[in-house]
Write a new protein. Sequence first.
Length: 207
Amino acid sequence: MTKTVRSLENLEEPFNFHYPSGATIVTSHARGRDNAMAVAWHVAVSRNPAYYAICISSNRFTHSLISETGEFVVNFMPKERNDLVATVAGCSGRDVDKFRSFKIAASQGSRVKAQVLEDAFAAFECRVVGHHPYGDHDIFVGAVLAVQFEAAAFKQDGRLLDLERVKPILYMGNDRYATTGDGSVHIEREALVKAAMKGTAGLRGPG
Ligand SMILES: Cc1cc2nc3c(=O)[nH]c(=O)nc-3n(C[C@H](O)[C@H](O)[C@H](O)COP(=O)(O)O)c2cc1C
């Protein structure tokens, strides 16, 4: 493939090249107010203990709620609810009570006050353990205090999302949404490395 190279002043358009990214809805609660916003910039940062990070612009109402209470919930949504993702992304909790206006079905988390959405196939209840600004977004790292999940959405003892039952939302940037195709393939990495290395000495030399 031939690559086009150019310098970058900001990451507005070219940054869309890193998509798709799973679209989630992050909920927060403070001062008696519940809020929900779409978040596509999120990542697991530690397995044990479980830490999960979200990137939130300081312009968002959510940013002020999480900063105040140090709590949030990451709700992982199925493709049937891409409308809800777009709706909560289309306005700010400063202007709209999204839970009331959009009749969002949810119940309070087991360990935090933020809401766990009825239609999420899984949700992480988090308490902030780290908060750092980077450019125009802040990273909030949350200790995952509890996970709620639809057992029927998973197989292999909860290790694998069952793509025949649940299709996650993939955000493509620019208000475009996709989902997964033909399910997943299992690739045995050690066998693959062994096969690729066959007949080569590797770094440790023969033997
Ligand atoms: C699919 C999608 C993903 C988004 N991901 C993020 C994100 O990761 N971080 C962020 O700060 N804003 C993100 N946004 C924008 C916010 O969801 C949007 O500004 C929202 O209205 C903020 O709501 P609030 O002011 O009630 O917190 C995203 C928008 C869309 C459509």
